[in-house]
Design a protein around this ligand. Structure first.
Ligand code: UFG
Length: 337
C-alpha cells in the first residue's frame, strides 16, 4: 500500500478505535497521513490509537459532539466506520440499531452540511442484499435486508444518495463489506469485540483453549455441507480499497457503491477445518440451532471495484486466519495492552 492521499486532505476517522477503523488508522499512518479520530469507545479501544494522533471522544448520537469536532478541525473527508454490527442482535434489539446507525448518521450528515464537509466513505454491508437468486452477488442485485442491521445500513446508503443528488459538491463512496477478518500485517491490533460473536475469532478462542467448543449455528442449510457460506475478506484488503477510494473520490469513484469480498465462499465447517490446519490445534465442535437473521450464502462479486478502483484482494483465508491467530496468541499472553 504505497499510495498516499493525493488530495492532501484532512481526514476524520469515525470509529477509528474499532476493528476496521483502527486498521485504517495504522495504514494511513504508515503512508504518512495523520487523521483525526472520533470514537465513543463503546466497542473501540483507546490503546488502538497511537500517541500523537489527535483523538476526540464523542458520540455521534449527540449532534453537539460531532458539530464540535467539525468546527474545531477543517475536515475534507470523513471515513465512517462506527456502527453496531451484530446481525442477530439487530433482530432482538432493532431500536439499538436504528439509533446507533441511522440516528447517528442523520446527525453526521447535518453536521457535515453545516461545516461544509463534502466527502464521505461509508462502511455498509452485504446485509443490505435480499437472499441472492444468483451468486456471486453484484452491486445491482436485488436489495432487501432481512434484519434491522441490514435495513439500517441501507437507509444510510439512501441518505447519501439523496444528499449527493441534492448537493452537487457532495461526493461519497459506499463499501459493502462481506465478512471482514484477519489482523494488521505488522501486528499490535486485531479484532476484539466484547462479547465476540464473529466466527473466526470464536474458533481461534477455542483453538487457544479459551472456549470449550465452537458452536455451529445450523447444519441444514441448502449448502455443500449444510452450514452457512460466507465470503471472508482481509481487513488490510478493505483498507487498501479505502485508499483507492480516497484517491478517486471526486473522480471515477464518485458516488459509487462497491462490494468488498474475495468472490470465494467458505462454509462454516470449511473455516473450522482451515483454522485447525493453520493453528495445528484440535477442539470440539458442537452443532446448534440456526441463528436468527443468517443468510445461507453470501459471496461477493468484486468486478466493479476492480474495474473502477483497480482494487483486488491480495490476502487468502489462510493469511486471515494466520494473522488473527498471531493477534489472539499475543492478546492471551498479555503482550498487548
Ligand atoms: N457462526 C457460527 N458459530 C459462531 C459464530 C458464527 O456458526 O460461533 C456462523 C454464523 O451463523 C454465520 C457465519 O458463521 O453463518 C458468519 O457469522 P459471523 O457472526 O462471523 O458474521 P455474519 O455473517 O453474521 O456478519 C458479518 C458482519 C456483518 C456483515 C456480514 C456480511 O458482522 O456486519 O458479515 O456478510 F454484514
Amino acid at each position: 500500500m504505497s499510495e498516499t492521499n493525493s488530495l492532501g486532505s484532512r481526514v476524520l476517522l469515525i470509529g477509528g478505535a474499532g476493528y476496521v477503523g483502527s486498521h485504517m488508522l495504522r495504514n494511513l499512518l504508515t503512508c504518512g497521513i495523520t487523521p483525526i479520530v472520533f470514537d465513543n469507545l463503546s466497542s473501540g479501544f483507546r490503546r488502538f490509537i497511537p500517541k500523537g494522533v489527535p483523538f476526540v471522544k464523542g458520540d455521534l448520537r449527540q449532534l453537539a459532539d460531532i458539530r464540535k469536532v467539525l468546527k474545531k478541525f477543517k475536515i475534507d473527508c470523513i471515513l465512517h466506520f462506527a456502527s453496531a454490527i451484530v446481525v442477530s442482535e439487530s433482530v432482538s434489539d432493532p431500536g439499538r440499531y436504528y439509533e446507533n446507525n441511522v440516528l447517528s448518521f442523520i446527525n453526521l450528515i447535518q453536521a457535515m452540511r453545516e461545516a461544509d464537509v463534502q466527502q464521505m466513505i461509508f462502511s455498509s454491508s452485504a446485509a443490505v442484499y435480499a437472499a441472492p437468486k444468483k451468486l456471486p452477488i453484484a452491486e445491482d442485485a436485488l436489495l432487501g435486508p432481512n434484519t434491522a442491521y441490514g435495513h439500517s445500513k441501507l437507509m444510510c446508503e439512501q441518505i447519501l444518495r439523496d444528499v449527493a443528488a441534492a448537493h452537487k459538491d457532495f461526493s461519497f463512496v459506499v463499501f459493502r463489506y462481506f465478512n471482514v477478518a484477519g489482523a494488521y500485517d505488522q501486528g499490535g491490533i486485531g479484532e476484539n469485540h466484547d462479547p465476540e460473536t464473529h466466527l473466526i475469532p470464536l474458533i481461534l478462542k477455542a483453538a487457544l483453549g479459551e472456549k470449550k467448543s465452537v458452536q455451529v449455528f445450523g447444519d441444514d442449510y441448502p449448502t455443500v455441507d449444510g452450514t452457512c457460506i460466507r465470503d471472508f475478506i482481509h481487513v488490510d484488503d478493505v483498507c487498501d480499497a479505502h485508499f483507492l477510494a480516497l484517491k478517486n473520490l471526486t473522480k471515477s469513484a464518485r458516488n459509487q457503491t462497491f462490494n468488498l469480498g474475495n468472490q470465494k465462499g467458505f462454509s462454516v465447517k470449511q473455516v473450522i477445518d482451515a483454522v485447525k490446519k493453520v493453528t495445528g490445534q484440535d477442539f470440539k465442535v458442537q452443532i446448534c440451532p440456526p441463528r436468527a437473521g443468517d443468510n445461507p450464502k453470501l459471496i461477493a462479486d468484486f468486478c466493479k471495484a476492480k474495474e473502477i478502483l483497480g482494487w483486488k484482494p491480495q490476502r487468502s483465508l489462510e493469511k486471515m486466519i494466520a494473522s488473527a491467530w498471531a493477534w489472539e496468541k499475543n492478546r492471551k499472553a498479555g503482550l498487548l495492552a
